[in-house]
Each structure stands twice: as structure tokens, then as C-alpha cells.
Design a protein around this ligand. Structure first.
Ligand code: 5GP
Length: 180
């Protein structure tokens, strides 16, 4: 079954059922790592909102949540990359942090933020990404927990959008290739 968003067609990649099963595993894995440590989940908006909502419900122990918005763009500093964050008002020194990201593509968005966080002396940082495109990663960041590794193709659904559409799809859909 295809769906059309704006001018593009998408086909199913990961079903709602597969997503549900995997998130439950990730919740258990995080519980094993951080069970009684009251971790702070830092959710990267907008794309990770749905992943985060399911992940914290799969995490069976007390935890806290905070939300940040990151944007990266090129050309305004000598490094060529600027990342801004807004909304992180919680003191994270000594805290166990779980970063919740929708998808790690090149790694550009997260690598500056991870450096900034490291400077705030958290007790630990666990980077959790719903999706990862291993072929696309350029910046050296370590993703500790991944929902699914996928090919280097554009996807929507489960929080991820194409020009604001597609976020409400319960599974993941991939851009139809020209041959289909
Ligand atoms: P990176 O900085 O790792 O290259 O890209 C990460 C951000 O780019 C993600 O948080 C997401 O917002 C966006 N992104 C990367 N790949 C995709 C994709 O396949 N689909 C959608 N909808 N967004 C993507």
C-alpha cells in the first residue's frame, strides 16, 4: 500500500507492530542500565516526540523528562556548523542523561550538543536513536541504543515528517524508489 504526502509517494518499511516490540526491548534495556538512577530523558523535538512518549512508558521506573530543540546549519562559524538549543533549563551535573533522538543521519545535529552536554558534567550520557542510517554517518558520535538501522533513504512516520506531513503515521514509511 502506498501513501502520498505532498508530491511524493511512500511505501511501508517498518510496521506498527515491529515498532511496538522494539520499543519495549529498548525500554527494558534502559531499565537494566539505569533502573534506580532517576535518569533525565532529554527529548530532541520535534521528530522524537512519539518515540519518547512510547519509550518512557516502556521504562518501568521513575524518570524525568526535558525537551530541547536543536538546529544545525552551515557557514556562519569557522567550524562551518552552528547548533543551537533551547529549553534545557534543568541542571544536569551528576545526572544520568538519556538523549532521545528520532534519527541519526550524518550525526551533525547531535555532535555539538553532545560536546556541550559533556561540559556540564553529567554522570552518564546514553544516546538512544529510534533510527540510524549507518551509511550516512559522517560525524563521530556513538549511538548507544538504536531502534532500527535503515538504508540511506528518506523516511517518514512515527514522528518524522516530510514538510510537516507524515508525523502521525504509526509505523515507518520510505520514499518510493523510481523503479517501483
Ligand atoms: P543529521 O544531523 O544526523 O544529519 O540529521 C538528523 C536530523 O535530520 C534528524 O533529527 C531529522 O530531523 C532529519 N532527518 C535525517 N534523515 C531523515 C529522514 O530520512 N527523514 C526525515 N523525515 N528526517 C530526517
Amino acid at each position: 500500500m502506498k501513501i502520498r504526502l505532498h508530491d511524493l509517494n511512500f511505501v511501508p518499511l517498518i510496521s506498527e507492530e515491529e515498532v511496538r516490540r522494539r520499543i519495549s526491548e529498548l525500554g527494558n534495556e534502559l531499565f537494566v542500565r539505569l533502573g534506580d538512577k532517576n535518569p533525565l530523558f532529554i527529548v530532541v523535538l520535534n521528530g522524537a516526540f512519539m518515540f519518547a512518549a512510547d519509550l518512557v512508558r516502556a521504562y518501568n521506573a521513575p524518570c524525568e523528562m526535558a525537551f530541547v530543540r536543536l538546529s544545525s546549519y552551515s557557514g556562519t562559524t569557522s567550524s562551518g556548523t552552528v547548533t543551537t538549543s533551547a529549553g534545557l533549563n534543568t541542571d544536569i551535573a551528576g545526572r544520568h542523561i538519556v538523549i532521545v533522538e528520532d534519527i541519526v543521519d550524518t550525526g551533525r545535529t547531535l555532535h555539538v550538543f553532545l560536546d556541550t552536554l559533556a561540559g556540564c558534567q553529567p554522570a552518564s550520557v546514553t544516546l538512544t536513536a529510534f533510527l540510524r542510517k549507518p551509511e550516512a554517518q559522517i560525524f563521530p558520535i556513538q549511538v548507544d541504543l538504536t531502534g532500527f538501522d535503515i538504508e540511506n533513504k528518506f523516511v517518514v512516520g512515527y514522528g518524522l515528517d516530510y514538510d510537516q506531513l507524515g508525523r502521525n503515521l504509526p509505523g515507518v514509511w520510505v520514499l518510493e524508489s523510481q523503479s517501483e
